[in-house]
Design a protein around this ligand. Structure first.
Ligand code: NDP
Ligand code: AKG
Length: 438
């Protein structure tokens, strides 16, 4: 795979080490090589981890509401399963490629290992704009995708979950289509379902909650008072809106948020609960700006992650911090809510400038962690309360934070390298013990 489409949608051909924007796969491979230099791991294992085990390509025909038929392309990348079944979300997005899907599946392998979950990494995508589908069309597309992937997924094989453009309803359709074909109800084939069909309390909010927890920990670590901490959140969807609202509840000042329609800024802090996410109400971010005294709708293109705040949180698409704007970031700490928001070269620039980037594979890992709780609940046919979920998630996030912090301090490396070191150590040990080499 030498060509691809970055998360921002730009077409690109990338072979040159320095070329940007880079695909998720290129970024993931460079990050892997960089971190491996800090570890004594067999180079054969590292080489193996640069490649997915399999990528399933499927055609997904859809009968549109007007009776016409359109065929969409879907992929499910299965990166590594040495620690357990493949695990990772399903993304419906118009600008997503096979190469990006593979990179995202690699990040899932590290994310599950950082959190010490008994899962490997996978990711699925359908190249489609979900905003252009009716609800019925989205349901038919999801059911057909589930049928095409049926042989490759299952509670012990590969367990999808929500990602950009998909949600709890999508997971319910996927689970139903799979279960109908299998002849029995199998809730554990996906996570992120509505609680009434075996989903977990707190899963929807979980990636945003973990972003908020890690932001709080990072702020305290670098001697910022979480009360009055100034924050901007790019992307006001499942991850961004939940992170913003929780940080707001905990006393931070969320001074700007954005979605694909624009951004709103108020230096004295926004009322995050008064701003709906797109799923709740399209254009809510800019509508809030237009209707609220003191809030300003920012010019299109003005990137809020460059505003002068304590912590910018990119929580939308990939490749938003590049060599072009890495020097414009004014904060000391960046917390990655999205997967892959920082290119490899930008990461180097930020490290040279002393900006601490808390990586996606730690910060947004609350989603897959509560997915793990959901999988356990499905296996045991026993539900956990929201309080239990919050308390277990808090404890898992703090353990992972401590494991990564220990490596940062012991090896004097970046937070990203440290998270990779924690993950790779566990993955390499599992490979060695199982005798799976390479
Ligand atoms: N959902 C999950 O469980 C998890 C998701 N993630 C990652 O978090 C990120 C966001 O996912 P999620 O919240 O689920 O996705 P959603 O689809 O729920 O929300 C995405 C948000 O990003 C906005 N957006 C899109 N493009 C831009 C842009 N160029 N500038 C500003 N905002 C933009 C969207 O705006 P609009 O609504 O106007 O389109 C929307 O507000 C992704 O990288 C995803 O992989 C990570 C862990 C778990
Ligand atoms: O909950 C999951 O299994 C995965 C969520 C996801 O896709 C992610 O963390 O990027």
């Amino acid at each position: 795979m030498s060509t691809g489409t970055a998360g921002t949608g730009e077409k690109r051909v990338a072979t040159d080490e320095q070329q940007e924007p880079e695909s998720a796969l290129e970024t993931a491979r460079r990050q892997l090589e960089h971190a491996a230099a800090h570890l004594d791991v067999d180079p054969g294992v590292i080489e193996r981890l640069k490649h997915p085990t399999t990528v399933h390509h499927v055609a997904v025909p859809l009968e549109r509401d007007d009776g016409s038929v359109e065929v969409f392309t879907g992929y499910r990348a299965q990166h590594d399963d040495v620690r357990g079944p493949y695990k990772g979300g399903l993304r419906f997005h118009p600008d997503v490629s096979e190469e990006e899907c593979v990179g995202l599946s690699m990040w899932m392998t590290w994310k599950c290992a950082v959190m010490d979950l008994p899962f490997g990494g996978g990711k699925g995508v359908v190249v489609v704009n979900p905003k252009e589908l009716s609800t019925n069309e989205k349901e038919r597309l999801t059911r057909r995708f589930a049928e095409e992937l049926r042989k490759f997924v299952g509670p012990k094989k590969d367990i999808p979950a929500p990602d950009m453009g998909t949600d709890a309803q999508t997971m319910a359709w996927f689970m139903d289509a799979y279960s109908m074909q299998e002849g029995e109800t199998i809730p554990g084939v996906v996570t992120g379902k509505p609680p009434v069909v075996g989903g977990s309390e707190g899963r929807e909010e979980a990636p945003g909650r973990s972003v908020a927890i890690i932001t709080r920990e990072a702020a305290e670590y670098y001697d910022y008072d979480p009360h009055g901490l100034t924050v901007v959140v790019q992307g006001y969807g499942s991850v961004g809106a939940n992170a913003a609202r929780l940080l707001d509840d905990w006393g931070a000042d969320v001074v700007a948020v954005s979605d694909s329609g624009g951004a709103v800024h108020d230096q004295t802090a926004l009322d995050t609960h008064a701003i709906s996410s797109f799923a709740e109400q399209p254009n809510a971010v800019t509508d809030y700006g237009a209707d609220t005294d003191g809030a300003n709708v920012l010019d299109e293109g003005r990137d809020i992650i460059e505003l002068d705040v304590d912590v910018p949180i990119p929580a939308a698409v990939g490749n938003v911090i590049t060599v072009d704007n890495a020097t414009d970031i004014r904060a000391d700490i960046v917390v990655e809510g999205a997967n892959g928001p920082t290119t490899f070269a930008a990461d180097e620039t930020l490290a040279e400038r002393g900006v601490h980037v808390i990586p996606d594979i730690l910060a947004n890992a609350g989603g897959v962690t509560v997915s793990y709780f959901e999988w356990l609940q499905d296996i045991n046919r026993r539900t956990w309360t929201l309080e239990q979920i919050h308390s277990e998630l808090e404890s898992e996030m703090l353990s992972a934070w401590d494991a990564v912090r220990t490596e940062v301090e012991a090896k004097e490396i970046t937070w990203r390298d440290a998270a990779y070191v924690v993950a790779l150590d566990r993955i390499a040990e599992a490979k060695s013990v199982r005798g799976l080499w390479p």
